[in-house]
Design a protein around this ligand. Structure first.
Ligand SMILES: NC(=O)c1ccc[n+]([C@@H]2O[C@H](COP(=O)([O-])OP(=O)(O)OC[C@H]3O[C@@H](n4cnc5c(N)ncnc54)[C@H](OP(=O)(O)O)[C@@H]3O)[C@@H](O)[C@H]2O)c1
Length: 272
């Protein structure tokens, strides 16, 4: 089964202006890829490109970052970016579909506006990229697509609501795509991170068990791209706990998860 390499084409990283996407873009450039970086903040993408141009490891391996700004909910723009990558680089070997986030109003946690905005951002940011990426990779007869979901999508968690639900949809989608697209030579992987230190988690006040620092986490993510297989889950201990809870019967998992949820609430209210 196909595994992408810098010799076989470029890598596209969405959500590359900060956090996981930015650091993965750096790691891929250090591995020798031409990385096409997409996000809305063009200035941040230009800073990333300049940082990589001054990175000795990336330069030594021939890696670089090209910028293609855009909103990943915009299907026409995503198709134009894929066309530009093909025109500029010849082929797309690896697509890391990473954009995601959440909108919430603590006073109205079930308000339809932020709920739909969260689902739209997380699901549409993947679906808008998929169509042109799959069409291109099918034409080449090979390619690798990695969808960034979350461990929060493995099982319903207390307070998880629409973020977790949207990530569950992405895990389901990735499973189906992996089964369907393997016959076209396309490897699909799902990334399910736990808590990683990024701007996304900077504002979280609840306890974040097994919180990982960005650089070691992204090195493991890129190793997961290279290793192949379907699932890239980290940190492994939290992933094992949640995967176990997923296969136990609800009469057992729900009391355990309620206990964990109450412990998290108590820890949050104890904070100064
Ligand atoms: N950090 C964690 O603990 C954690 C855990 C599990 C899963 N994840 C997932 O990992 C992914 C990256 O998260 P992160 O922690 O790295 O967050 P982050 O630092 O907030 O990065 C999010 C990235 O997405 C981009 N983005 C947001 N909306 C966009 C849009 N409409 N169009 C284009 N780009 C957009 C942002 O750039 P612009 O604002 O410039 O557009 C930014 O580059 C997300 O899918 C998140 O759900 C994170």
């Amino acid at each position: 089964m196909y595994r992408a390499s810098p010799k076989d084409g470029a890598a596209w990283v969405t959500g590359a202006s900060s956090g996981i996407g930015r650091q993965v873009a750096i790691e891929l450039a250090r591995a020798g890829y031409t990385v096409i970086a997409t996000a809305r903040r063009h200035d941040e993408l230009e800073l990333l490109s300049a940082e990589v141009a001054a990175d000795e490891v990336a330069v030594a391996h021939g890696g670089r970052v090209l910028t293609e700004p855009g909103d990943t909910r915009d299907e026409a723009r995503m198709a134009a970016i894929v066309a530009a990558i093909v025109a500029e680089c010849g082929g797309l070997a690896l697509a890391f579909l990473n954009v995601g986030g959440h909108f919430s109003d603590p006073a109205a946690p079930y308000a339809a506006g932020p709920a739909w905005a969260t689902i739209e951002l997380n699901v549409r940011s993947v679906t808008a990229c998929l169509d042109p990426v799959v069409a291109h990779m099918r034409g080449r007869g090979r390619g690798q697509i990695v969808i960034n979901a979350s461990l929060a999508g493995l099982i319903g968690l207390p307070g998880g609501t629409f973020y977790g639900a949207s990530k569950a949809a992405l895990i389901h989608l990735a499973e189906s795509l992996a089964l369907t697209l393997s016959r076209d030579g396309i490897r699909v992987q799902v990334l399910t991170p736990g808590f990683i230190e990024t701007p996304l988690t900077a504002g979280i006040t609840m306890p974040m068990p097994f919180l990982m620092q960005l650089e070691p986490a992204t090195r493991r993510i890129v190793k997961g791209f290279e290793r192949g297989g379907f699932a890239i889950a980290l940190p492994i201990r939290l992933a094992m706990i949640l995967k176990l809870l997923r296969i136990l019967p609800y009469w057992l998992t729900f009391p355990l998860l309620r206990l964990a949820g109450r412990a998290a609430e108590r820890a949050e209210t104890r904070k100064p």
